[in-house]
Design a binder for this molecule. Sequence first.
Ligand code: ZN
Length: 88
Amino acid sequence: MLPLNHRLFKRKKHPTGLCSNCDAEEKENVEHVLLACPAYSKEREEMVYVVSENTPTLQELLNFNDEVTLKAVLDFFNAIGIKARLGF
Ligand SMILES: [Zn+2]
């Protein structure tokens, strides 16, 4: 899984587990990054445009059996700089 702050927090490797990219004081987990974090809204628009005519659900975005979705999500991670944290 992604080394996001909330997961690191649970492993005692991050002091709060909260997102450090916005002021929402929300846990930085996959759902926050993919669907909610206002810091990534511009990049998210492009991903959503590719994946779905409507706002996709978390389940739809994590449907990595679909090549188009997988590429869009990886491009999103790349655009927001999380890929580096994943070791790509
Ligand atoms: Zn955030």
